[in-house]
Write a protein that binds this ligand. Structure first.
Ligand SMILES: [Mg+2]
Ligand SMILES: [Zn+2]
Length: 178
């Protein structure tokens, strides 16, 4: 089974330092939805793993998070794309949970759900914590330079074997042509 794990904010949609708190604030990065559709056509299952501490901070509730994700699923469907499953961590950093990236909890849960090893599975993110979670779970870390990605690259200290792409569209082109 071919699997790709994606971060959400800064990879699929534009990020905001003030959190994405409403469907209106969720705006796709150009080419990202079409890239997910290309992955699907190439036989990949696409799973999202996203930190959403805005829930734990009380900035948005579950109904709003669901509405944001409905908008994402609809926008994706319109271009023939599909997200197989979405895992999110609602906790703040202070909660010290096992799921908030850079902890590998969500990725390990994905491995369990699909009963696969994450060895070689691309995990695409824009923050160091995405790449660290990927490395800790045994997946292949891919950094995109959208969202916080440019800052992440400049800050350095990326896990070994991290590969870097301009955006999700470029990362997907590399995956489906290899
Ligand atoms: Mg992100
Ligand atoms: Zn958590």
């Amino acid at each position: 089974m071919k699997l790709v794990i994606l971060d959400r904010d800064g990879v699929i949609n534009h990020d905001s330092v003030n959190f994405i708190k409403s469907p209106e604030e969720w705006r796709p990065i150009p080419g990202s939805l079409e890239a997910i559709a290309r992955l699907n056509r190439a036989g990949y299952r696409v799973v999202v793993a996203t930190n959403q501490s805005g829930i734990g901070r009380g900035l948005l509730d579950m109904a709003t998070l669901n509405a944001i994700h409905e908008k994402m699923h609809r926008a994706l469907a319109a271009v023939g794309g599909h997200i197989d499953a979405l895992f999110f961590c609602p906790h703040t950093a202070e909660a010290r949970c096992a799921c908030r990236k850079p902890a590998p909890g969500m990725l390990l849960e994905i491995a369990q759900r699909y009963n696969v090893s994450l060895e070689g599975v691309p995990a695409i993110g824009d923050s160091l914590r995405d790449l660290e979670a990927a490395a800790r779970a045994g997946a292949q870390p891919l950094l995109v330079l959208t969202g916080k990605g440019e800052r992440t690259r400049l800050a350095g200290g990326l896990p070994p074997r991290t590969t870097v792409f301009a955006d999700l569209a470029e990362a997907v082109t590399s995956l489906v042509s290899s």
